[in-house]
Design a binder for this molecule. Sequence first.
Ligand code: 6CS
Ligand code: FE
Length: 273
Amino acid sequence: MHALRTDTAEAVAAYHRQGWVVLEERLTPDLLVELRLAIERICAMTRPEVVHEDDGTTIRALHGCHRFDDVCGRLVRHPLFVDLAEAAVGDAVYVYQFKVNIKSPREGKRWPWHQDFAFWSVEDGMPRPDAVNIAINLDDVHERNGPLTVLSGSHRLGLVGVAEPAASATGGDWRDHVSANLTHGVEDEVARGLAVDHPPAKLIGPAGTIGVFHPSVVHSSSDNLSDDRRTMLFITYNSVHNAPRHVSRPGFLVDQDTTPVTRLGRSGGRPAS
Ligand code: 6CS
Ligand code: FE
């Protein structure tokens, strides 16, 4: 019996307070193995969802895997994730975005400072940040392999340094929204200034660590200078009443199926059986 050990209410209270939280509970080793095998399969595919670093060969990220891979399709229905997402958003939710950011040893490049909601608001017309990111460390994440760093409390600042969504044209090609040179970033000096009152926190932890962070929390990650890969998987759940108003980006970046996500049976609790 996979009893859920997380006190969802307590985790969500910390999430609303800080804009992020890292759970005690971790993914089971067998689910981690299944996910790593799924990622290996997808990395071997040639398809637009597989995005490369600027070098054209190192894989940077995989997008929308829940739409075409069974293991990923079951993962988004993990009871713990759906519990957390519904509690954090306060509504029924659907999967808005699924990505695996593979930060390869020595070659994996940074994610500059940004807020996810800036992309979803400006590019997709998402009305409000009534969404939530579930982040899973699929490899051990430590100081030197480019951990995700968030500025605590910055989720309360609204969109930082981005022209009002109505006023700014959408930012070009979607590839500039998932590269190491982002369209809607937060300038380094602005992030440095914010860090004075919004202390940086790193989502460091062994493979299986589960983090939750807010669409408006300012975050970044540095280049991977180590010999250790830093693969992280992200599921973004959106309120079913917060569907984006003008989607022009591919479906693997912005899933428009707003059918509420349903949990897999709690008995096994193993989405990827
Ligand atoms: O454009 C997007 O939707 C994606 N880009 C970034 C940098 N974060 C949010 C999202 O994953
Ligand atoms: Fe992001």
